[in-house]
Ligand binder design. Structure first.
Ligand SMILES: Nc1ncnc2c1ncn2[C@@H]1O[C@H](COP(=O)(O)OP(=O)(O)OP(=O)(O)O)[C@@H](O)[C@H]1O
Length: 238
């Protein structure tokens, strides 16, 4: 399968009931590194990720991947802020995407076991009902369930929201490893420490638009816009 990068976003927007949720957005994303999406509550971070992933229909403009869109979408996965747990065991939840792809049951479960161990849900935890997991465990399961498909591009929508320090650190460690092995990450977060730890580049979103798009070092050293500066200062940005 040919690579999906670079992706070029031109004048893209999403509308709901006459209101612009995102856009217009113009953006060119390369195939390496981690992009962190930040911005005030309701600025449109989630909607931007969903638009890029293709689960929000474009109201205008274009998103052009370097390969046909259907192929590009098959190489992507998305970890939602509140992942849905199926009423099955941990290992079966993780194996599910492979089963959907018609991988034989034993093979899928064997692969899922490796991923479960990698996220700290191996051993006795494998057969636990996923619906009984804690918030941090659910997020890790969701991450494993996304990664088992070996996506070239992984979207994450605030994967550590409301998690404690330990779960956050564990998830960041996995993300750092995954990024180092060549998976492109695009992730939203409210946590500026996390943004600084993980970002190669920053997208600052305001009123549904990408107000600033910069290498992380430059962004955190001195944002170009007053709003991003105010946001980093902890001021209220409207
Ligand atoms: N399906 C929808 N229909 C109508 N309005 C929506 C829909 N989804 C989101 N919105 C609105 O669009 C705006 C952007 O929402 P979005 O969730 O993308 O922002 P966000 O930056 O991710 O917010 P937060 O930081 O609070 O998670 C908000 O005003 C939200 O209420």
């Amino acid at each position: 399968m040919s690579d999906l990068f670079p992706v070029s976003v031109r004048n893209a927007s999403v509308r709901r009931r006459g209101k612009v949720l995102v856009g217009p957005v113009d953006l060119q994303l390369g195939g390496q590194g981690t992009s962190i999406v930040i911005g005030p509550n309701g600025a449109g971070k989630t909607s931007l990720l969903k638009m890029l992933h293709g689960i929000l229909r474009l109201g205008g403009g274009q998103i052009s991947w370097a390969c046909p869109t259907e192929q590009a979408q098959r190489q992507q996965a998305f970890v939602f802020q509140t992942p849905v747990m199926m009423r099955r065991s941990v290992v079966e939840n993780i194996a599910y995407p492979l089963r959907l792809n018609k991988v034989a049951r034993q093979e899928a479960l064997a692969e899922a076991t490796i991923w479960a161990e990698r996220i700290g849900l191996g051993g006795d935890a494998l057969q636990r009902p996923a619906v009984l997991l804690s918030g941090g465990e659910r997020q890790k399961l969701a991450l494993a369930r996304a990664l088992i498909r070996k996506p070239r591009l992984l979207f994450l929508d605030e994967p550590c929201a409301s998690l404690d320090g330990r779960a956050t650190r564990e998830i960041e460690e996995i993300l750092t490893e995954v990024a180092a092995s060549g998976t492109r990450l695009i992730m939203s977060t409210h946590n500026m420490g996390q943004a600084q730890r993980l970002a190669d580049e920053v997208l600052f979103v305001l009123h549904g638009k990408v107000a600033e798009f910069s290498p992380a070092e430059a962004f955190f050293a001195g944002p170009q816009t007053d709003q991003a500066r105010a946001f980093l200062n902890g001021d209220i940005v409207e």
